[in-house]
Write a protein that binds this ligand. Structure first.
Ligand SMILES: Nc1ncnc2c1ncn2[C@@H]1O[C@H](COP(=O)(O)OP(=O)(O)OP(=O)(O)O)[C@@H](O)[C@H]1O
Ligand SMILES: [Mg+2]
Length: 208
C-alpha cells in the first residue's frame, strides 16, 4: 500500500493535535510507518521560521512577508521530510498545511487566493494532501480552550472576526473539493470525534 499524505486543519484549539496523535496511533497499530509532523515547522529551519511567525514582537510582518515565510518553511519541510517519507512509502500526518495558508493569510488577512495558488504551484510542484481532515468548530469554543492553556501567540491575539473568516475560509475550501475533505464536528466530545476518525480510517482501508 502506497503512503498517503494527510493534513489536519482547523482554528486554534480545535483539537488538531489531539486528532493527529489519535490518527497516528491507529495507523501505527495497523503496522504502517507514519511520520507525524506540523506546519509551519517540521525541520530545524522551518521551526525557526515558525518561532518568528508566532512570537515576533515590535515589528509585525507585512502580509506578503508572512506569506513568503510560511512558504519558505513549507519548501524546506517538503524537501527534507514530506517528499522523502512519501517516496519511501510512509504515511505523513501533518498538523496544518496549505489550507491554513488560504484560511489565515488569504481569507483572514486578505491576500488574494490567486497569489497563494501561484506560490502553491511554485513550491509544491503538484504535491497536495490526499485527505484533509478539517476540525470544524465555533471559534469561541476553540479560543476558550487555547486561553485556558496560558499565554497567547501572535495569531491567538487576533479578534473574533478574524477567526470567523478563518473558519469560513476552511469551509469554503472544503466545499470546492469535497472528495478530499473530511469535515469533523470538533465540538463533539472526544469519543465522538474519535469515532468519526475511526470511520475515516476504515474507509481508507476498505477502498484500497
Ligand atoms: N473533542 C474534545 N472535547 C473536549 N476537549 C478536547 C477535545 N479534543 C481536544 N480537547 C482538548 O482541547 C485542548 C486543545 O486541543 P488540541 O491541543 O488538540 O487543539 P489544537 O487544535 O491542536 O490547538 P492549537 O491550535 O493551539 O495547536 C486540549 O486541552 C485537548 O485536550
Ligand atoms: Mg496543536
Amino acid at each position: 500500500m502506497a503512503g498517503r499524505f494527510i493534513t489536519i486543519e482547523g482554528g486554534e484549539g480545535a483539537g488538531k493535535s489531539t486528532a493527529q496523535t489519535f490518527l497516528v496511533d491507529r495507523l501505527e497499530q495497523r503496522g504502517l510507518s507514519v511520520v507525524q509532523t506540523r506546519e509551519p515547522g517540521g525541520t530545524p529551519l522551518a521551526e525557526a521560521i515558525r518561532q518568528t511567525l508566532l512570537s515576533i514582537e515590535g515589528e509585525a510582518p507585512v502580509e506578503m512577508a508572512e506569506l513568503l515565510l510560511v512558504f519558505a518553511a513549507r519548501a524546506q519541510h517538503l524537501a527534507k521530510v514530506i517528499e522523502p517519507a512519501l517516496a519511501a512509502g510512509k504515511w505523513v500526518v501533518c498538523d496544518r498545511f496549505t489550507d491554513a495558508t488560504y484560511a489565515y493569510q488569504g481569507e483572514a488577512r486578505g491576500l488574494s487566493s490567486g497569489v497563494i495558488s501561484q506560490l502553491e504551484v511554485l513550491v509544491q510542484m503538484g504535491r497536495r494532501p490526499d485527505t484533509i481532515v478539517l476540525m470544524d468548530m465555533a471559534p469561541e469554543v476553540g479560543m476558550a480552550r487555547a486561553r485556558s492553556r496560558g499565554a497567547l501567540d501572535r495569531f491567538e491575539r487576533e479578534d473574533a472576526a478574524f477567526y470567523e473568516r478563518v473558519r469560513q475560509g476552511y469551509l469554503d475550501r472544503a466545499k470546492l473539493a469535497p472528495e478530499r475533505y473530511v469535515v469533523v464536528d470538533a465540538e463533539q466530545d472526544l469519543s465522538s470525534v474519535q469515532r468519526s476518525l475511526d470511520e475515516l480510517i476504515k474507509r481508507w482501508f476498505d477502498v484500497s
